[in-house]
Design a protein around this ligand. Structure first.
Ligand SMILES: NC(=O)c1ccc[n+]([C@@H]2O[C@H](COP(=O)([O-])OP(=O)(O)OC[C@H]3O[C@@H](n4cnc5c(N)ncnc54)[C@H](O)[C@@H]3O)[C@@H](O)[C@H]2O)c1
Length: 254
């Protein structure tokens, strides 16, 4: 029986865990007692997260992984399975922001890249994770959507579409696996203090203005999103599947 603070004996794979929310999530799982494998871009960042996991007395594995390449996802999953036999929790967190601009100023190449990472990468992750879970009695998967997956945000139309896509895919995958003891949910954060947020908005909207427009009057820290991911992955959420959980200080409420 896992709880949001107890994942002892579990093996977790977080894809997109070299920085930001994924990094905080990998460390939170290690603090809760899990062995944690991580994928994502950036060798130095990945090694640093690997060291943080080990510092907490857990086993760690890092493989630089680009979710635009199916073979790299397959290799990451295969190496994790070789090491630990079973993966109890997958977190599909890899994401890219694209550019802050009106839709008509975006190129087809930019569209292709955002969709390749945020939506196709999510599809490929699920495609190779689900058979492992079905063969091993089930598990929990948490996908990364966004509050831009629940409502429209101007000037990030492609990102918004990709995160709505993640929400839809999460719900369909949850239905397909509901009788296989696999729960699949997603989190939908509002603005989170990470490199992605700064790259996306810094030249366009001041962060204090985003904080002010949020009902709770602030943006969130990555650890606040990580805690919700651990909750959804744990048996505390045993009757939840196909749900997109907003973690956005009230942003989609009104
Ligand atoms: N920061 C926010 O305000 C916010 C809000 C809602 C949702 N999100 C989502 O949270 C997730 C994490 O973003 P973050 O804010 O922590 O930013 P971040 O840039 O710190 O982290 C992004 C992670 O995804 C990985 N990644 C990017 N492209 C990849 C690729 N092609 N293949 C594999 N991994 C790749 C990066 O290596 C990194 O580990 C993303 O999916 C993002 O869309 C972020």
């Amino acid at each position: 029986m896992t709880t949001p603070t107890d994942f002892k004996g579990c093996n977790v794979l977080v894809i997109g865990a070299t920085t930001g929310i994924g990094r905080a999530t990998a460390i939170a799982f290690a603090e809760a007692g899990a062995n944690v494998a991580i994928g994502g871009l950036g060798e130095a960042d990945g090694r640093a997260v690997e060291a943080e996991i080990k510092k907490r007395g857990r086993e760690a594995l890092f493989l630089e992984t680009d979710v635009r390449h199916e073979a790299q996802i397959q290799k990451l999953i295969a190496e994790t399975v070789t090491r630990w036999k079973r993966i109890h929790v997958f977190v599909n967190n890899a994401g890219t922001e694209g550019r802050f601009a009106p839709l008509q100023d975006m190129s087809a190449a930019e569209f292709d890249n955002i969709i390749a990472v945020n939506l196709r990468g999510m599809f490929l992750g699920l495609k190779h994770e689900i058979p492992h879970m079905r063969a091993h009695g089930g598990g929990a998967i948490v996908n990364m959507s966004s509050n831009a997956g629940l409502k429209a945000i101007a000037n990030i139309a492609i990102y918004t579409a990709s995160k709505h896509g993640v929400a839809g895919m999460t719900k369909a995958a949850a239905l397909e696996n509901a009788r296989h003891n696999i729960r699949i949910n997603a989190v939908a954060p509002g603005a989170v203090e990470t490199g992605l947020l700064h790259r996306m908005v810094d030249d366009h909207v001041p962060i204090p203005a985003i904080a002010e427009s949020t009902p709770m009057g602030r943006i969130s820290q990555p650890e606040e999103i990580a805690r919700t991911i651990l909750f959804l992955a744990s048996d505390a959420a045993s009757y939840m599947t196909g749900v997109i959980v907003a973690v956005d200080g009230g942003g989609v409420a009104g």
